[in-house]
Design a protein around this ligand. Structure first.
Ligand code: BG6
Length: 314
């Protein structure tokens, strides 16, 4: 007899912070903290963790949780006058009991809707009224789906602009055994060189030192191949033209209080983002940004990512 899993549960996590636990019928699961609207766990059907969370992560406001999927809004990085990566990642979100419908083809009951609205204090640092709705869902095959809907609710008729990222920390076996496909030959801004623009060379991206690059206008599909784990993460994104790739490497790792000295070996951030061209919304307008993550066993064959490129040999 199979025991039916409760698809959505609200419970206490680290330091008594509230978290939502999603469980899909076949065994995959996810955890989302209301602090930051922050996904901190995504496990496949065998209970294996796909996301990296630092053993030194501080689950306490105002520090954002180090790992999982922090949400960068209304500012990515230092591209503006607000605090690094904006404030959405260190605010307490609410459960949205009655969200506007979202078209979905999945029958999975494992999903939750969260909402963030500005407090009076927030309005002092970013003088705009908005509703940020986040849906986190598990698909029937264990895929993790995040949909962000951001609406301008300004009553003063003013538009606003923002930059955004799903700052995903993937768990990898060994950073030196990992490569990314889908970003080769693209232009990028290098955060390690004053955000200057360069063009990536032809090969898949591999890692042997610190990296902090914003790849511009990328394909909607990117793959992270982990040879040792024999696992490939496939990232599909919509409404998010850019992709940030970050690994702090040893020196910066040591400088971060909430990150273990050697942990850079076991993580890689590939962040679906809108950075180069900020998104502008007039009052009443809504933006939607979607991220779909899947983990497929064994290595993806090189070149399978984009059949068109294989055919054209480009
Ligand atoms: O320490 P934080 O604020 O979470 O940021 C981590 C990193 O996030 C990346 O997205 C940025 O490109 C890096 O420049 C930054 O160092």
């Amino acid at each position: 007899m199979s025991v039916e899993k409760i698809p959505v549960q609200l419970c206490k996590g680290v330091n008594g912070l509230e978290k939502v636990v999603l469980k899909e019928a076949k065994g995959s699961s996810a955890e989302i903290y209301l602090y930051g609207g922050h996904v901190t766990s995504w496990k496949n059907e065998n209970g294996e963790e796909m996301l990296f969370v630092s053993s030194k992560a501080i689950f306490k406001p105002p520090k954002a949780i180090r790992g999982g999927i922090p949400l960068c809004f209304p500012q990515f990085g230092s591209h503006g006058s607000l605090e690094q990566h904006g404030f959405a990642r260190n605010r307490i979100w609410s459960i949205d009991k009655d969200p506007p419908p979202l078209p979905t083809s999945s029958t999975s009951k494992a999903y939750v809707d969260l909402i963030l609205k500005p407090s009076e204090e927030d309005a002092k640092i970013w003088p705009h009224s908005y509703e940020f709705r986040l849906r986190v869902a598990l698909g029937p095959t264990g895929d993790l789906l995040l949909t962000s809907r951001i609406r301008n609710t300004n009553a003063d008729g003013k538009p606003f602009s923002f930059t955004f990222a799903y700052h995903t920390y993937f768990s990898v076996s060994d950073i030196s055994e990992v490569r990314i496909e889908g970003l080769e030959t693209l232009d990028y801004l290098d955060n390690l060189q004053n955000k200057e623009r360069f063009t990536e060379q032809g090969d898949a991206i591999t890692f042997e030192s610190e990296i902090d690059k914003i790849y511009l206008s990328t394909p909607t599909k990117i793959a992270i191949l982990d040879h040792e784990k024999k696992r490939t993460f496939v990232i599909r994104k919509d409404g998010l033209p850019d992709a940030v790739v970050w690994n702090p490497w040893d020196r910066k790792a040591k400088a971060m209080a909430d990150f273990g000295d050697d942990e850079y070996k076991y993580m890689l951030c590939v962040e679906a983002a809108a950075v180069e061209k900020p998104i502008t919304l007039k009052p009443g307008e809504e933006w939607k940004g979607r991220l779909e993550l899947s983990a497929v066993p064994s290595s993806y064959c090189s070149g399978q990512l984009d059949p068109q490129r294989v055919l054209l040999g480009t």
